[in-house]
Ligand binder design. Structure first.
Ligand code: SF4
Length: 64
């Protein structure tokens, strides 16, 4: 599995970093990013919650 954020869609709501902080962070401008080394989702069940929580469906979590 691979988690990614479409930066063209992200509006910087910060929900992903709040929901699954082990996998997501916010950059200096508040936009979401996947923490380096966490692209596989780290087996964190909250990643799927973060996908649902994103208000603009910018997060993809899918088979590579
Ligand atoms: S929840 Fe979605 S819109 Fe908000 S920071 Fe994360 S990727 Fe961006």
């Amino acid at each position: 599995m691979r988690v990614s954020i479409d930066s063209d869609l992200c509006i910087g709501s910060g929900q992903c970093a709040l929901t699954a902080p082990a996998v997501f962070d916010s950059d200096d401008d508040g936009f979401g990013l996947v923490r380096p080394g966490s692209e596989d989702g780290r087996g964190d069940p909250m990643v799927k919650e973060a996908v649902r929580a994103c208000p603009v469906q910018a997060i993809t979590f899918a088979e590579e």
